[in-house]
Write a protein that binds this ligand. Structure first.
Ligand SMILES: *[C@@H]1O[C@H](CO)[C@@H](O)[C@H](O)[C@H]1NC(C)=O
Ligand SMILES: *[C@@H]1O[C@H](CO)[C@@H](O)[C@H](O)[C@H]1NC(C)=O
Ligand SMILES: *[C@@H]1O[C@H](CO)[C@@H](O)[C@H](O)[C@H]1NC(C)=O
Ligand SMILES: *[C@@H]1O[C@H](CO)[C@@H](O)[C@H](O)[C@H]1NC(C)=O
Ligand SMILES: *[C@@H]1O[C@H](CO)[C@@H](O)[C@H](O)[C@H]1NC(C)=O
Ligand SMILES: *[C@@H]1O[C@H](CO)[C@@H](O)[C@H](O)[C@H]1NC(C)=O
Ligand SMILES: *[C@@H]1O[C@H](CO)[C@@H](O)[C@H](O)[C@H]1NC(C)=O
Length: 443
């Protein structure tokens, strides 16, 4: 085969692969296939005309966490239920309770109540175990002791439905953009023990499963990736318009010199609404940029520097996390200034690693106004047989910030080794380039 026909054949192959394997996601996350947030209703007691229920929220996601302003759980009652009392959380509205004439009014009479967690530091007599975290849940990898929220309530049985049946409301929502929840399903009743010897069990348990989809969460990406390497002068920036385009309607950005007035925006820490990002003007328009720099090459190791920069003027990202996928991460030898843990998704393949900040040192990614960035350097062992600097191999395959996939530059713009012009010098380096693209798409 001549060089030209080889070129055409592989171009065709690349286009075909791009068309048939374009990464469309339907809420299924290949890096966290079992990740979900589960809402569990434990019916503790039947008091004749009311029920006592304990509601749990569990975050079973490897790297996605629930940050400020926290969850806002809601559902739709099937009948005329009202919530008489609640501890460990509260509803945002009491609603219209005028049909109750007596002195004692219910906690909430809304058909679709919205429940928010209490603030930390709530008086002990209003607390229950696992409550009062402002609706913030850690991810399973970052802090397994902080993945649960719980509250307890008492509500009346609906008069219009068969009173001998336990009814569970419908249309659950976590109030966090991107999550959609299943209908409740009855599961085997939960069991509890205080001494590890005797177990008690609740009357009935119902589960609701909520799954995240980046496409439901926001129409545009939230972060982008730029690249550089010691062997090249080229700094590959984030692709233009990664998250938005300057000048499009609805694309608001602020130039750095105008920022100080914005920084005086009142910041209410107890707010229950997410603040819209106000980003610094850039050609990518993303609130977050990740820069991967191949810094140095030693005999047995190579060194990578990763910098996360916050372009959002109105948000400090607390408990931020980063997930990187690169084949050489299986031989990650040392990481400076970040915590990390490999994510074992498919048995022994540990090419995916989650990174997060060190408490009180860099676990908060400050706003751009505070010159916000955090950085790490890591050492990777050059594994014989797979390590190479050619064909863009030294750059990450996938980058996620706070569980959202970041926009990568196109591989044909990657910094190249000096004297290797992928398309002209030899067809073997071109083949390497093609196989790199294929491996990226087919991973
Ligand atoms: C939810 O997560 C739990 C724990 O990872 C898992 O056992 C369960 O199968 C998941 N449920 C769904 C519907 O994915
Ligand atoms: C739940 O939502 C669906 C669709 O919006 C609606 O038809 C149904 O009546 C709701 N269920 C309850 C109990 O309100
Ligand atoms: C409150 O509910 C009662 C009936 O329970 C109704 O008559 C009244 O109009 C409602 N008030 C408002 C402000 O919706
Ligand atoms: C409601 O209860 C009745 C009698 O207790 C039972 O026959 C019926 O199957 C129950 N319905 C549902 C939907 O559980
Ligand atoms: C129901 O949810 C709880 C909490 O997430 C979980 O431990 C339990 O396994 C779930 N039950 C089923 C049958 O999925
Ligand atoms: C971010 O944190 C810094 C330092 O703690 C604080 O001064 C600033 O007001 C915070 N900004 C926002 C938007 O929360
Ligand atoms: C990845 O897995 C291999 C073999 O299972 C192990 O030797 C290596 O230490 C792991 N690397 C990391 C960073 O955990």
């Amino acid at each position: 085969m001549s060089q030209l026909s080889t070129f055409m054949f592989f171009s065709f192959l690349v286009v075909f692969v791009l068309v048939s394997f374009s990464p469309v996601s339907y809420g299924y996350d290949p890096l966290d296939p079992n990740g979900n947030i589960t809402i569990t209703w434990d019916f503790l007691a039947d008091n004749g005309d009311t029920y006592d229920v304990r509601v749990w929220i569990y975050n079973w996601q490897l790297y996605r966490h629930v940050e400020k302003p926290g969850w806002r759980l809601s559902w739709a009652w099937r009948g005329d239920e009202v919530i008489w009392s609640m501890s460990g959380a509260e509803t945002t509205e009491q609603g219209n309770c005028s049909r109750f004439k007596g002195q004692e009014k219910p906690h909430c009479c809304e058909k679709q109540p919205t429940i928010i967690d209490l603030m930390p530091g709530t008086p002990y007599n209003k607390q229950v175990p696992n409550c009062c975290k402002q609706g913030i849940l850690s991810s399973l990898t970052q802090d397994p002791s902080q993945v649960t929220s719980m509250f307890q309530m008492n509500f009346n049985k609906p008069s219009v439905l068969n009173p001998s049946n336990i009814t569970v409301p419908a249309n659950f929502s976590l109030g966090i953009p991107g999550y959609s929840c299943s209908d409740p399903t009855q599961v085997p009743p939960s069991k509890f023990t205080t001494d590890g010897r005797r177990w008690t069990q609740v009357l009935e348990t119902w589960n609701v499963t909520c799954i995240y989809s980046q496409f439901l969460s926001a129409s545009a990406p939230k972060c982008c990736v730029s690249l550089s390497a010691f062997y090249s002068d080229t700094i590959v920036p984030c692709p233009k318009c990664s998250c938005n385009c300057q000048g499009l309607p609805g694309a608001n950005c602020v130039n750095s010199d105008k920022a100080p007035s914005l920084l005086k925006l009142p910041q209410d820490d107890s707010s229950t609404q997410e603040t819209e990002p106000v980003v610094r003007c850039s050609q990518h328009m993303c609130p977050i940029r990740i820069h991967w720099h191949v810094k140095q090459s030693y005999t047995k190791y190579w060194r990578v520097k990763v910098t996360i920069t916050n372009y959002n003027f109105v948000k400090n990202y607390s408990q931020w996390n980063l997930v990187l996928l690169h084949p050489n991460l299986q031989s990650l030898t040392q990481v400076f200034s970040f915590n990390y843990q490999p994510l074992r998704i498919f048995g022994d393949i540990n090419d995916t690693v989650m990174f997060w900040g060190i408490k009180y040192y860099n676990d908060m990614l400050l706003t751009h106004g505070e010159n916000g960035n955090v950085q790490t350097e890591m050492l990777l062992h050059k594994d014989a047989g797979i390590f190479t600097f050619t064909g863009g191999w030294g750059f990450p395959r996938t980058v996620l910030f706070n569980g959202d996939e970041c926009v990568m530059p196109s591989p044909d713009n990657y910094p190249t080794l000096p004297n290797i012009a992928a398309f002209h010098s030899s067809s073997s380096s071109f083949l390497l380039f093609v196989s790199f693209i294929l491996s990226m798409l087919l991973r």
